[in-house]
Design a protein around this ligand. Structure first.
Ligand code: PTJ
Length: 248
């Protein structure tokens, strides 16, 4: 479908097309299209821009990834379809491993996702070979199966568009969790250590940029980031936007 550049909602429609393309290529599940719609709604409410509050979370996330001993980027269908290039770039800058981890797991889709990441320059993609499979305790979904060289051994994990159960299980398993979630009220957003309330398509580019700019001195400073406080601010932004629209 041709989306005119002049369309007032062109950016949002391009992102949607990218996801539909990912669905047709076998990267994204049907449920992923629904999850995207949920994200679009919250993006609308936060004003479809990276807020100052999200920028703070991005800075904290960049720092956490750069100081981590074994950072891992967890990739699902939606994330791969929307940000394959950025995932590889972030992995190169931070030294993070890339691991495919799916809620609606299928070997075929795992391979398709690994392939698109490799096409974008990834040297190694974990989560594919069953001989390295390990289980996260106290988790029933397919996401419990992880790679022992990756998520299983990681100290810091970036898990965008995550489901609440795994975030809780990862926390109980002693991991530091960073997430992108447009819904500041979701269980994942509330449970993670650092929640970036932003669209992955905008936030990943900024995260890469901040990782490039942080100095050694910045990394030595102790992080003062408070996720709960930051999430409250994102919710207040939504309230302010709704009030403004209601009063207009
Ligand atoms: O590829 P799989 O099998 O691992 O499945 C992935 C999905 C996304 C289907 C699965 O993880 C799922 O069902 O996710 P949820 O529980 O719907 O959660 C998705 C969360 O991500 C929601 O809170 C959305 O608001 C948010 N979200 C959706 N799109 C974006 C987003 N956050 C940031 N950027 C987006 N583009």
């Amino acid at each position: 479908m041709l989306i005119p550049k002049t369309h007032p909602r062109a950016t949002s429609l391009y992102i949607r097309e990218k996801l539909v393309h990912g669905f047709r290529e076998g990267l994204v599940v049907e449920e992923g299209l629904l999850a995207h719609g949920r994200g679009e709604m919250f993006d609308y409410l936060i004003g479809e821009k990276t807020t100052k509050t999200s920028q703070k979370a991005i800075k904290a996330a960049a720092r956490a990834l750069l100081v981590a001993k074994l950072p891992v980027i967890s990739v699902n269908g939606n994330f791969a379809a929307l940000c394959a290039k950025e995932i590889v770039e972030l992995s190169k800058i931070t030294g993070a491993k890339i691991e495919v981890n799916l809620f609606y797991a299928s070997e075929k889709r795992k391979k398709a996702i690994a392939q698109i990441l490799k096409k974008n320059g990834a040297k190694e993609v974990l989560g594919i070979e069953s001989k390295f499979a390990k289980k996260i305790p106290k988790l029933d979904s397919a996401r419990r199966v992880v790679d022992k060289r990756g998520i299983f051994s990681a100290d810091v994990i970036l898990v965008p568009l995550e489901d609440g159960d795994r975030t809780i299980a990862l926390k109980k398993f002693g991991k530091d969790v960073i997430t992108f979630d447009l819904n500041p009220m979701s269980r994942t957003a509330q449970t993670a250590d650092i929640t970036i309330v932003d669209n992955v398509t905008r936030g990943m580019k900024i995260l890469i940029d901040v990782c490039k700019k942080l100095s050694k001195k910045d990394l030595e400073k102790k992080s003062k980031f408070d996720n709960k406080k930051n999430l409250k601010k994102s919710t207040l932004i939504i309230r302010k936007n709704l009030r403004r629209m209601a009063n207009a």
